[in-house]
Structures are given as structure tokens and as C-alpha cells.
Design a protein around this ligand. Structure first.
Ligand SMILES: Nc1ncnc2c1ncn2[C@@H]1O[C@H](COP(=O)(O)OP(=O)(O)OP(=O)(O)O)[C@@H](O)[C@H]1O
Ligand SMILES: O=P(O)(O)O[C@H]1[C@H](O)[C@H](O)[C@H](OP(=O)(O)O)[C@@H](OP(=O)(O)O)[C@@H]1O
Length: 281
């Protein structure tokens, strides 16, 4: 078992690049725990293909170390080498877009049906577009005694910014409107959102985009992460409500930052119970 684990350590070291944390410390820790027989034998090898930014935000040393204790190792996929010549992997985890990479995955799935690809291109293509991404939610038509789950009234504008005001009036969308890039590919540009307060300013927007009615939600949103049967709900600070008075006194289009990302946690914040609910922890 130790020989197997040492082989995996060597594979990890061969595949690790300089962007990882100080591998000597990490390898020493794993070897120490290995030799003490406290670590689970390797059960799963996860090949990952992520941008360097995503790798830094996702594959945190603590997470990687915890996974290793459970017998799970993460090995970087070299995107410059044939995928079939790497591994062997039990799982291929990726968050890359592009037709070339999608083809690499499709070919690999044909020759390696035993490997779980997370996720196959055809399972995630609807997430690369903010219209199709939300259509799934709208189609669920979820409602129960607590209310219903829906999507804001929205309008897709593929081109011609000069026609936006007319289309918005025709669809009777109420201002203010949140403008989101139609493409949601994980790029920084795909997260550049704006708030439009008046009809005249709509022509300043840059299609292709989705326009959504701004939904007042008390400045708090709930992010629900679901993996299989596991569900995790977190509370995040969000954009504040826009009152009718504020709307009447504001004009223009304003870009806003990524207000609800991980650092904007509201889990421990004292929030208005009318917004976040008394037992929403
Ligand atoms: N229709 C809306 N009404 C009110 N606020 C909204 C609306 N859509 C988005 N927002 C606000 O904009 C923020 C970002 O929206 P969204 O999650 O759609 O963009 P995103 O770029 O995918 O965000 P991220 O990837 O950082 O979660 C939300 O956290 C929320 O604060
Ligand atoms: O609430 P968080 O910070 O988890 O929001 C995530 C978001 O859910 C997506 O996973 C983003 O990934 P991309 O769509 O690929 O950009 C994350 O962006 P990142 O740039 O931080 O990886 C958000 O953090």
C-alpha cells in the first residue's frame, strides 16, 4: 500500500507545477502521515483541468490535504499533452470552455467510459448562456406553501443597442434593469453587470446581453450549492433595494462589482428577519 501511495506521490509531484503551494512541506506532511499509517490508501485519482485563477480559488491546500486524508488525490492535467496519455484517472474534473477542449473530452469519454467526466460538455452547455441557464429554473415551475421559485422578467438583446428601449417598452419590463452579459463562460467580462435606471440610458449597453427586472430582495441573497444529495445554503450580501423615490431621482447606467462573492458572506450578520427569516441560519 505504501508503494502504491509513494507512486501516486511521485505522479503528483511530476504533475504539479510551480503555482501550487510549497510542495516540499505538503509532500513531507503527506509522507509523514503516510508512514504513520494514518492516511487512507489512495482510492480516487482526480485529474483536473482548470484555469490558474480557478485552481487557486478551488484547489486550496486545506481542501487538497483533507481530500488526501480521505484517499482522494488531485493531479493536474497537462492541456498540452494528449489526455489519454495521462492518468490513469478515476474522475476528470474541469471548468474550461472552448470547442477544442470539448472535443478532447468527448474523444476521451469514448475511449475511457470508466472515467467520470465532471461535467460532460452536453450537460453544461446550457450554463454558458444566461438565458438558457435560467430557463431550466423557469421550467421547474416550483411553488409550494412558502411561495414559488422563479426567474425575474427578462429580455435577451442579441444586438443593436439603439433598439433596446423600444423592446423594453414593448415587453413592459420595469426599471431599474440589471444588464448581464449573455455569455457566462467564467471570464471576468462575463461577470460585468450593470444597473440601468432610465430608458434613455439603455442605448449605452453593450449587447449581447440579458436584461432582467431588478427584484428588491433586502440586500441579502441565498446561494444554494448542490452536489448529488449534498445541499449547502449560504447567505451573501447583495445589492440593496431600489425604492421608487430613488428610481425617480436616478438616471444612467452603473457597473457594479461582484457584490455577492464568497468574501461577502452574511452568514453571521444580524439581518432583518423579514428578509433573511428568523431560522434561516
Ligand atoms: N434580477 C436581479 N435583481 C436584483 N439583484 C440582482 C438581479 N440579478 C443579479 N442581481 C445582483 O447581482 C449579483 C450578481 O448576479 P449574478 O449572480 O446573476 O451574476 P454572476 O456574475 O453570475 O455572479 P457570481 O458568479 O459572482 O455569483 C447578485 O449577487 C445580486 O446581488
Ligand atoms: O459565491 P461564489 O463566490 O462561490 O460564486 C462563484 C460562482 O458561483 C461561480 O462559481 C464563479 O465561477 P465562474 O462562473 O467560473 O467565474 C466563481 O467565480 P471565480 O472567478 O471566483 O471562480 C464565483 O466565485
Amino acid at each position: 500500500m505504501v508503494v502504491e501511495n509513494m507512486r501516486m506521490l511521485r505522479l503528483m509531484e511530476e504533475n504539479r507545477d510551480t503555482t501550487m503551494v510549497d510542495e516540499d512541506d505538503e509532500t513531507k506532511t503527506i509522507k509523514k502521515v503516510l508512514n504513520e499509517g494514518l492516511i487512507e490508501p489512495i482510492k480516487l485519482v482526480v485529474g483536473f483541468a482548470l484555469t490558474s485563477k480557478k485552481r487557486k480559488s478551488f484547489l486550496q491546500p486545506k481542501f487538497e490535504g483533507l481530500a488526501r486524508l480521505k484517499g482522494i488525490v488531485f493531479v493536474a492535467i497537462d492541456q498540452d499533452k494528449p489526455l489519454s496519455e495521462q492518468g490513469p484517472f478515476d474522475i476528470v474534473l474541469h471548468k474550461l470552455s472552448g470547442k477544442d477542449w470539448q472535443q478532447v473530452l468527448e474523444d476521451y469519454r469514448q475511449t475511457h467510459p470508466e472515467v467520470t467526466v465532471l461535467d460532460p460538455p452536453d450537460a453544461i452547455k446550457h450554463l454558458h448562456n444566461r438565458q438558457s441557464m435560467l430557463q431550466v429554473v423557469a421550467d421547474l415551475n416550483l411553488s409550494d406553501t412558502y411561495g414559488n421559485v422563479n426567474v425575474p422578467q427578462q429580455l435577451v438583446i442579441k444586438k443593436d443597442a439603439s433598439s433596446i428601449a423600444l423592446k423594453v417598452a414593448k415587453e413592459r419590463l420595469r426599471l431599474p434593469l440589471v444588464a448581464k452579459p449573455l455569455v457566462s463562460d467564467g471570464s471576468a467580462k462575463s461577470h460585468e453587470l450593470s444597473l440601468a435606471y432610465d430608458q434613455y440610458s439603455l442605448q449605452k449597453l453593450e449587447p449581447p446581453l440579458v436584461l432582467q427586472e431588478f427584484v428588491n430582495h433586502g440586500g441579502v441573497l441565498f446561494k444554494v450549492f448542490i452536489v448529488g444529495e449534498a445541499i449547502k445554503v449560504v447567505r451573501r450580501f447583495s445589492l440593496p433595494n431600489v425604492s421608487k423615490r430613488q428610481l425617480s431621482r436616478t438616471s444612467g447606467v452603473y457597473r457594479f462589482p461582484r457584490v455577492s462573492c464568497a468574501v461577502a458572506s452574511a452568514d453571521d450578520a444580524d439581518l432583518d428577519p423579514d428578509v433573511a427569516g428568523k431560522d434561516s441560519k
